[in-house]
Design a binder for this molecule. Structure first.
Ligand code: NAP
Length: 261
């Protein structure tokens, strides 16, 4: 692929959702650093120590904040730490998703509200929960970008069940956030990725069904072990290349979303 140079020089970016070096967010963080950004990661709960270990694989040393998106005080504390450190935030990457087991697997009637509410809170509401406390910092940048990772929610997928419903909610939420944050100079966009083999993906029963068919259906082909195309789209949206784009959903899926069969 064509080398990129300095697309994110002087940008200060919070990247959530780095768990392992297979995480989509890891590819985003690595490319953002390569493109000149200063990056801070966040991790949550039991995964936090894994996030810290994974952070050491990035090209520069980065700090890791604790942000469980269901813990408002952690969100407020992270915003305060970033305020002290940078005083502004040019970019925010939301790469967070979780659904209890009953919410996945191919029976939409199985899960009860207790489980569904967790899926919706962590995978959809969390975009608002994260952006809210960070808004003064995003506004202080003058022009800033929020990018969240999506899995195309226009159709029903095998086994994806309530995660699909949560993604549909996040897609809608991103448009409302775009509506309300534009006046603060904040853009809000989604990248709908094709399947990539990460921890979250492995927890989806039948993920192999996506893996096996995606490449054949994609006009551009697809590699489930390569997060770089997704990272490139995120970095482009974090850069100054899309100053008047918000409320948008960019598909990085090899073209599958546009095919009828
Ligand atoms: P991943 O490496 O497993 O990352 C998922 C991240 O979500 C983990 O860092 C996880 O941290 C975090 N998370 C879960 N609950 C959280 C909470 N309460 N608070 C804060 N963070 C929490 O998987 P990934 O595939 O890269 O997922 C990143 C995003 O991409 C997700 O939104 C996913 O839906 C989306 N996506 C993935 C694919 C794919 O095929 N992989 C395709 C399209 C979109 P802990 O484990 O420490 O809680």
């Amino acid at each position: 692929m064509v080398p990129l140079v300095g697309l994110l020089d002087d940008k200060r970016i919070l990247v959530t959702g780095v768990l392992t070096d297979a995480s989509l967010a890891f590819a985003v963080a690595r490319l953002a650093i390569d493109q000149g950004a200063e990056v801070v990661l966040s991790g949550a709960g039991r995964g936090l120590s894994l996030t810290r270990r994974t952070a050491r694989k990035l090209p520069t040393e980065v700090d890791v904040l604790e942000i469980d998106v269901t813990e408002p005080e952690q969100l407020e504390s992270a915003a305060r730490q970033l305020e002290r450190r940078w005083g502004r935030l040019d970019g925010l990457v939301h790469a967070i998703g979780f659904a209890p087991a009953d919410c996945l697997g191919g029976d939409i009637l199985k899960a009860g509200w207790d489980d569904v509410s967790v899926a919706l809170q962590v995978s959809a509401y969390s975009l608002k929960a994260l952006v809210g406390p960070m808004l003064p910092l995003l506004e202080a940048a003058g022009s800033s970008s929020v990018v969240a990772l999506d899995f195309d929610a226009r159709v029903a997928w095998p086994a994806y069940d309530w995660m699909g419903v949560a993604k549909a909610a996040m897609e809608s939420l991103s448009r409302y956030l775009a509506r309300d944050l534009g006046r603060h100079g904040v853009r809000v966009n989604l990248v709908a990725a094709g399947p990539v083999r990460t921890m979250a993906a492995k927890s989806i029963p039948s993920f192999s069904a996506f893996e096996d068919t995606w490449g054949a259906r994609a006009p551009l082909g697809w590699d489930v072990t390569d997060a770089e195309p997704v990272a490139r789209a995120c970095v482009a949206l974090l850069s100054d290349l899309f100053p008047k784009t918000t409320g948008e959903l960019v598909h990085v899926d090899g073209g599958v979303h546009a095919m009828g069969a």
